[in-house]
Write a protein that binds this ligand. Structure first.
Ligand code: ADP
Length: 455
């Protein structure tokens, strides 16, 4: 069942229950009141009649009957009968219709002094009356025609008003729950037309800051992120295939040139070294991309190494220098770490190695001195690494984009590269809950700062 109808039903059931309980209580209380009231009247009638019979000597039965009959409109179908102490019937207001009274009942009245009961549709009271030597048992019976009719009317009004209130509640429930659900239906409609190729449209928000508007806003923010990551993914795949094709073409043409004629040994060595460098870069790139792809699915299983960052940097330094003997790495601690754990982060060694390799290689690659300075520092909470160079710097307008895949600043285009290293580096640092930032001045140098939480 739709939420709209479920809400309306729930709302109606609650209100209907309240209305019915209220009507029921009103009816029961009124019935009780009528009962009391009527028995009081019967009792009063019994007392008056008995008193007349006992006190006023001149009143005989016939006169009493006349008095009774003249006040008969007081009580409908009224019957009064009186027995004396010997159980003899001494008075009956109507001769032909006598209430059936047996001896047991008379004794019961004498013992209890007063009883009430119902006979057929009539209410009856029995009263033991003793005064001035008189000793009577009086029965008065009557039908509460007006009271019962009032009860019927009350029942009718309560039923009708309950029914009308329930109908109004159902209608109001459907209307208001519809109004409450409408924005969700609207969101649903808009969401259902979204596809991967049509992620640019957004759910309308009204700025009302209610829960539904917040849902729409959160949904839009989620769409922003999805759209961004799909864009990145698409351009990544486009660019990655394109960029991988370029070095492969270079490798092929180098091989063609090399094989086109017989060469000196030293030429072969130069060509093979160049091929080796391209192959190594491509291997690194492909390996890192594979780890990153895996990290999307298995974040928890790939981030389980405990890595001493200072040792990792020293090992990257060795690797870098063995590949490029003309590069220099100047590594030092800002202050000595208090304990091993201050230098240790939890994560994936291959990812961090490739991140540091890329940053340190860039620093050397984009500076004439081919010198990179690495400073490591840690305090109670964080482990901070600064990577400085005095190179060409990054133009201000490019700083915010260098972490985008395949983005290369104009001033470094003549230097070899794929433009993918920093985006992979950023992704790797993000996966480690770290932060990377850059400050740069054109033709003066750049500083990359990495902040991690140590273990
Ligand atoms: P690549 O180095 O292969 O071009 P990266 O993703 O590592 O790719 O870097 C992206 C771009 O950022 C570089 O092309 C360059 O323009 C700029 N860049 C990165 N590091 C530095 C640096 N230390 N000095 C100057 N520019 C840099």
């Amino acid at each position: 069942m739709k939420i709209r109808y479920r809400l309306a039903l729930l709302f109606s059931v609650i209100v209907a229950s309240i209305v019915l309980i209220f009507s029921f209580i009103t009816y029961v209380l009124y019935a009780d009141y009528r009962n009391d009231e009527f028995y009081k009247r019967l009792k009063h009638k019994a007392q008056t009649t008995a008193r007349l019979l006992a006190d006023v000597k001149e009143v005989d039965k016939d006169l009493l009957r006349i008095i009774d009959q003249n006040t008969i409109n007081e009580l409908y179908k009224e019957k009064v009968i009186i027995y004396d102490k010997d159980n003899d019937l001494i008075y009956s207001s109507i001769d032909d219709e006598v209430i059936s009274i047996d001896k047991q009942l008379l004794d019961k009245v004498r013992t209890n002094k007063y009883i009430e009961y119902v006979e057929k549709e009539n209410e009856v009271i029995g009263l033991f009356y003793r005064e001035n030597g008189a000793n009577y048992v009086v029965f008065v019976s009557a039908f509460d025609k007006y009271g019962k009719r009032k009860m019927e009317n009350l029942m009718y009004f309560l039923s009708l008003s309950s029914l009308i209130s329930i109908l109004i509640t159902v209608a109001a429930g459907i209307f208001f729950s519809g109004r409450a659900i409408d924005p969700i239906i609207e969101i649903n409609k808009q969401v259902s037309i979204l596809t991967v190729d049509n992620l640019s449209s957004r759910v309308k928000t009204h700025g009302s800051r209610d829960e539904i508007d917040q849902l729409a806003q959160n949904f839009n923010q989620m769409l922003d992120r999805i759209e961004h990551s799909i864009k990145v993914q698409k351009s990544f795949i486009n660019n990655a295939s394109h960029e991988l094709r370029t070095p492969l073409a270079v490798i092929n043409s180098q091989l063609d040139v090399a094989l086109s004629k017989n060469r000196e040994n030293v030429d072969y060595v130069i060509i093979l070294q160049s091929l080796q460098e391209d192959a190594r870069k491509m291997t690194n790139l492909v390996n890192t991309m594979l780890v990153l792809a895996k990290s999307e699915e298995q974040q928890h299983t790939i981030l389980n190494d405990f890595i001493r960052l200072d040792e990792l940097i020293l090992s990257v330094q060795d690797e870098l220098i063995s590949l490029y003997p003309n590069y220099t790495v100047d590594f030092s601690y800002v202050s000595m770490p208090e304990s091993d754990s201050y230098m240790t982060v939890k994560g994936n060694e291959l990812l961090l190695r490739s991140a540091f390799m890329n940053l340190m290689e860039n620093a050397c690659k984009f500076s004439n001195s081919h010198l990179v300075k690495v400073r490591i520092n840690s305090d109670h909470d964080n482990l901070v690494v600064h990577i400085y160079d005095n190179g060409i710097g990054i133009p201000e307008e490019d700083v915010s984009r260098i972490f985008d895949p395949f983005y290369r600043a104009d001033n470094g285009r003549q230097i070899r590269g794929f433009g993918i290293g920093l985006s992979i580096c950023k992704r790797a640092i993000d996966l480690h809950d770290g932060k990377i930032s850059v400050k740069s001045q054109l033709n003066a140098g750049s500083t990359f700062t990495l902040v991690f939480k140590h273990v």
